[in-house]
Ligand binder design. Structure first.
Ligand SMILES: Cc1ncc(COP(=O)(O)O)c(C=O)c1O
Length: 331
């Protein structure tokens, strides 16, 4: 099977912002863009994006999961990057239109259609290092994805990184390419030197998030995860899992916690840890690597509560459980 994110639907929805207004959106070929080599995004990284999914239900209908929350986060990223404001209704229509166009191509469970709205600054000006782009381009690309967990759920190995940060602390809540570029080096080193799957960034001992997912700790009936602040991405899966957990009667504690506390709790039998994200859903963490030492989380295997929460989320996404929080949008 092709690697995640490498297959694209042939058309995408696209709109441009020029002369202080958005053009009507249109469907265009998704294999090329015309950009001036001096475009703002190529030099000063004026870019943000989203990642969400559409699911095929057993009755053949297609539903988009938490579209409004993703559009809201894109509007926020756009604003924090001083890109031209997006028109949320227009983006919602663009997403619905392109998913409807390819409704027949949405893979059945356990696959889904990954949706990638992208907003980039296009003004041809290499003199605007400290000034925002006055023109921009917004497009919605689709990529059918298979089962992320084909071959079973293998608990991840995370390197705890206390000295570096994923990105600059005021950028964390922006879903922008530069943040991923900033984390590439530390993650590549952790893979090579520690055989780690990912890095859990813990600047100055504060347990934050990994390169592409949020981190949660499960201790009996309690879920503990970092409280929202500007330093990390406010995951929509994180919010969904916490909502489901509360609904199941679990105690949800959003607070900061340290590497020391994490290591102490991880060693208790029954403790579970997991990563949450649109691609990862909820992936168990089996090992933490800290100062050259390997710490097994709980039993080191996928935890029972992790699997139960993941199943509950998947059941809503695929229409096997009631959409009691109103998270699905009909295409
Ligand atoms: C850095 C980072 N943190 C957290 C997440 C999780 O966000 P979401 O649950 O909205 O996909 C992502 C994206 O998946 C991410 O890239």
């Amino acid at each position: 099977m092709a690697a995640f994110g490498t297959v694209f639907m042939p058309k995408m929805a696209l709109a441009t912002y020029e002369n202080h207004a958005w053009t009507p959106s249109s469907m265009v070929a998704s294999d090329a863009l015309t950009l001036h080599p001096g475009a703002h995004v190529l030099h000063y990284s004026s870019t943000c994006f989203e990642g969400l999914k559409a699911f095929k239900h057993e009755d053949g209908s297609v539903k988009i999961f938490r579209m409004d929350a993703n559009i809201q986060r894109m509007a926020q990223s756009t604003e924090l990057l001083f890109l031209p404001d997006i028109d949320k209704d227009q983006l919602s229509q663009m997403i619905k239109d392109v998913v409807a166009l390819y409704a027949n191509d949405v893979p059945s469970a356990p696959g889904s259609m990954y949706i990638r709205p992208t907003h980039i600054g296009t003004e041809p000006s290499i003199g605007k290092a400290a000034v925002s782009s006055e023109t921009s381009l917004l497009y919605v690309l689709l990529s059918p994805v298979g089962d992320y967990f084909a071959g079973g759920v293998k608990p991840l190995r995370l390197l705890l990184e206390e000295n570096g940060a994923r990105c600059a602390s005021h950028m964390g809540m922006i879903k922008s390419g530069g943040n991923y570029a900033s984390a590439l080096g530390p993650i590549a080193r952790a893979r090579k030197e520690n055989n780690a799957d990912q890095v859990l960034f813990c600047p100055n001992g504060d347990v934050q998030e990994t390169g592409a997912a949020n981190f949660i700790l499960i201790d009996g009936n309690e879920i503990i995860t970092k409280a929202l602040d500007a330093s990390f991405l406010h995951g929509i899966t994180r919010d969904s899992i916490l909502t489901i957990a509360r609904d199941m009667g679990m105690t949800v504690t959003e607070r900061n916690f340290s590497v020391d506390e994490l290591i102490e709790r991880a060693q208790k039998p029954g403790t579970e840890a997991a990563l949450s994200g649109t691609a990862a859903v909820l992936t168990p963490v089996g090992t933490l690597i800290h100062d050259g030492e390997e710490i097994t989380v709980g039993s080191g295997e996928a935890g029972e509560t992790t699997l139960k929460l993941r199943q509950a989320l998947n059941d809503i996404q695929w229409g096997r459980a009631e959409d009691k929080f109103g998270w699905l949008t009909q295409v």
